[in-house]
Design a protein. Structure first.
Length: 238
C-alpha cells in the first residue's frame, strides 16, 4: 500500500499549489469501490473531492491573476470552495439531520454547527471559538474580495490562504470523527492517530502513527482484494 505518504505541513510546500494540495491529507484519485457488500460502515465514500478541486482551481486562478477582476475571481473560487466544504463535511452525517437546517449557501450557520460538533463542551471553548471566528472571518473576507474593485494580489493571496486554512482546520477533525478514530491509541496510548484511505476497502481507516496499529472496521463481508500487509498488524487501537 503506497498511500502512507508523509503529509507536508501547510506551509512547507515549495509553491502555492503544492501547499494547497497538501492541505487535504487523503487521496482523491483512487478508483472507487468495486464491491458492494452488506456492511456496518459506509464504503467507497470519497471525502472532500469537490472542496479539494475548488481549492486547486482557486490556487490556479491566483497563479494567473494580474488584474482586479481576476483577483475577484479568486474570491469567487474561494467562496465556492467554502460552500463545498460545509456541504461535503456535513452531508450523510448527523450534522445534516434535524429541523431548521441552514440553507445550502448560508456558510456562517453551517460553520457554527460544524465547530460545535467537533469542539463541544466547556474544555473546548477556546478551540471552538477560534474555529468559528476563523471560519466566519474568512467567509466575510472572500465575499468582500468577490466584488472589491480595488482588490490587489495580496488581498487575493490572503483570501486563498484563509480558505485553505479553514479547510485544514476542519478536514482532519471531521474525517476522524466520521472514521470513528479514537483520541488515543488503545495499544500504545499515543495521540498520534491519523486516518488513511484504503482503496481496496473503499474506506478510511484510523491508524496509530507511533506503533502502526490500525482500527479495521467491522464488515460483514471482507473486501475481496484485502492485502496481506494490513493483516499482520491488524490490532485495534480502540
Ligand atoms: Zn499505537
Amino acid at each position: 500500500m503506497g498511500h502512507h505518504e508523509p503529509h507536508e505541513s501547510l506551509l512547507s510546500g515549495p509553491d502555492a499549489q503544492s501547499r494547497l494540495r497538501a492541505v487535504i491529507p487523503y487521496r482523491n484519485d483512487e478508483p472507487g469501490l468495486r464491491r458492494d457488500g452488506s456492511q456496518k460502515v459506509r464504503r467507497g465514500q470519497k471525502f472532500l473531492v469537490v472542496t479539494n478541486r475548488k481549492l486547486v482551481q482557486a490556487s490556479e486562478a491566483f497563479d494567473h491573476a494580474d488584474e482586479a477582476e481576476e483577483f475577484q475571481a479568486v474570491g469567487m473560487r474561494c467562496r465556492e470552495c467554502l460552500l463545498a466544504l460545509v456541504r461535503e463535511l456535513t452531508q450523510g452525517s448527523d450534522l445534516d439531520e434535524g429541523e431548521d437546517l441552514p440553507k445550502a449557501g448560508d456558510f456562517p450557520p453551517w460553520n457554527e454547527r460544524i465547530a460545535n460538533a467537533i469542539a463541544p463542551g466547556d474544555p473546548m471553548e477556546y478551540v471552538r471559538g477560534y474555529l468559528k471566528t476563523t471560519g466566519e472571518r474568512g467567509w466575510r473576507l472572500v465575499n468582500w474580495l468577490t466584488h472589491a474593485n480595488n482588490a490587489t494580489r495580496h488581498d487575493a493571496e490572503l483570501g486563498l490562504s484563509a480558505t485553505s486554512h479553514i479547510v485544514s482546520n476542519y478536514a482532519s477533525a471531521v474525517l476522524k470523527r466520521r472514521a470513528g478514530a479514537p483520541e488515543r491509541c488503545g495499544r500504545c496510548k499515543s495521540y498520534r492517530i491519523t486516518v488513511d484511505w484504503h482503496p481496496e476497502l473503499g474506506l478510511y481507516v484510523p491508524r496509530c502513527e507511533a506503533c502502526g496499529a490500525v482500527k479495521m472496521p467491522v464488515l460483514r463481508h471482507a473486501g475481496r482484494k484485502q492485502k496481506s500487509r494490513s493483516s499482520h498488524r491488524n490490532t485495534s487501537p480502540a
